[in-house]
Write a protein that binds this ligand. Structure first.
Ligand SMILES: [Zn+2]
Ligand SMILES: [Zn+2]
Length: 264
């Protein structure tokens, strides 16, 4: 199984999951051309995408969806409320493609040997969720856009093989930055995003549960840097005696281009 972030950040998100049986895309948050180019760059043809899963209807997750899915028809999965949000956004409905409603908590078989379960996320978009993917004896998760890590999310993530986890903002950069106060409160609130510190705490719990492979993703363009996210997480983990490269592997997803595939 391979987890390949195509691009990641508040400017746009899409992640490819490759298994022996299927290729699935989680989110389509850039224009179609950029998604197609990124897929080709990592050696996957857009025609070979079997299913697209949408986490929620914010534009950085669905910008390219309508065009992509009409050009390369595949099954489209989202929660019922996310579908309503998507339909409000698009002028031309993608009528050729079956829209498959996914119910959080219910494991759904996508193709033989590959199943997915959605877990609801606390985020300011109705029906927002993250996804856990099961392929043979391997599991991974794409877990971004959440104000905090709920008990359900943590329970689902414990012991998985690999995870793309949100490390959205550095607390100091957000507090002292020039965003309006109401926006700062939204980002830091329960329906907003995970800070680097929140992410570090979650990763510590996941390492305790046996997870070893991490990619930090969905970094804020204005309130975070690659270096700050990585340093905050690694410093916290080393304070708990976890050594990078020995107890865990960690990379940071690129904002505008594919990140090296995480294989497990
Ligand atoms: Zn987002
Ligand atoms: Zn969002």
């Amino acid at each position: 199984m391979e987890l390949v972030p195509l691009f990641s950040g508040s400017s746009g998100n899409a992640t490819l999951i490759r298994t022996d049986n299927a290729n699935i895309l989680i989110d389509a948050g850039w224009n179609c051309k950029a998604i197609v180019n990124a897929l080709r760059e990592v050696g996957t043809s857009p025609e070979d995408i079997d299913a697209v899963f949408i986490t929620h209807s914010h534009s950085d997750h669905v910008n390219g969806l309508d065009v992509f899915i009409r050009k390369y028809p595949s099954k489209l999965y989202a929660t019922e409320q996310t579908f309503r949000g998507i339909q409000r956004r698009f002028t031309k409905p993608h009528t050729e493609t079956p829209d498959i409603v996914i119910v959080p908590g219910k494991k759904t078989k996508i193709v033989p040997g590959l199943s997915v379960v959605a877990i609801s996320t606390p985020h300011d978009a109705a029906g927002s969720c993250c996804y856990k993917i099961f392929a043979e004896d391997k599991t991974c998760m794409v877990m971004t856009d959440m104000g905090y890590v709920t008990e359900d999310i943590l329970a689902a993530a414990k012991g998985i093989d690999a995870i793309l986890i949100e490390s959205n903002y550095d607390r100091r950069m957000l507090v002292y930055g020039d965003y309006p106060e109401d926006l700062k409160a939204r980002i830091a609130g329960d329906g907003g995003h995970l800070s680097n510190d929140d992410c570090a705490e979650a990763i510590k719990l996941l390492i305790d549960s046996g997870t070893r492979k991490f990619i930090l993703g969905h970094l804020s363009e204005n309130n975070n840097t690659h270096e700050k996210a990585e340093k905050t997480v690694c410093d916290y983990l080393s304070s708990h005696k976890f050594r990078k490269g020995k107890d865990y592997e960690l990379t940071v997803a690129n904002r505008y281009e594919p990140t090296s595939a995480l294989c497990f």
